[in-house]
Design a protein around this ligand. Structure first.
Ligand SMILES: [Zn+2]
Ligand SMILES: [Zn+2]
Length: 127
């Protein structure tokens, strides 16, 4: 699997494609795709029940997962947890060196880790 394929898997998966669609598209075996994804993609927590009242929430597929069943619950939860307000904005990136998906609070991060940053620079200097 090359770097493009790895990046594509993460991207297609976040676009809502199934593992078999991705595998067909990249001409890889479904198990390769699955095990790569399992190792590398950070799966988002599932919010299947309302964080406030615990009622099950109907999720819209391919849409952002809802955390509350209603605006009322969201408002009550936020007033009960004021310390959680204004979370830092988190940006999603693909590491320019290893192709792994990662998140950062900086909009312009290019590498998932200091190691990738150093490796990329070392490689760059050698050319
Ligand atoms: Zn609720
Ligand atoms: Zn990296």
């Amino acid at each position: 699997m090359n770097k493009e394929q790895k990046t594509s898997i993460i991207k297609m998966r976040s676009d809502g494609m199934t593992f078999s669609e991705i595998a067909n598209h990249l001409q890889l075996s479904i198990n390769t795709v699955k095990s790569f994804y399992r190792r590398n993609a950070k799966t988002k927590p599932q919010f299947e029940t309302c964080m406030h009242c615990g009622k099950p929430i109907e999720q819209t597929i391919h849409k952002r997962q809802k955390k509350f069943c209603s605006n009322k619950c969201r408002n009550s939860w936020w007033s009960a947890h004021p310390q959680n307000r204004r979370p830092k904005k988190i940006y999603s990136h693909i590491c320019a060196y290893c192709g792994i998906a990662f998140q950062s609070d900086r909009a312009n991060s290019k590498y998932c880790s200091v190691k990738c940053f150093a490796d990329a620079r070392r490689k760059g200097n050698r050319i």
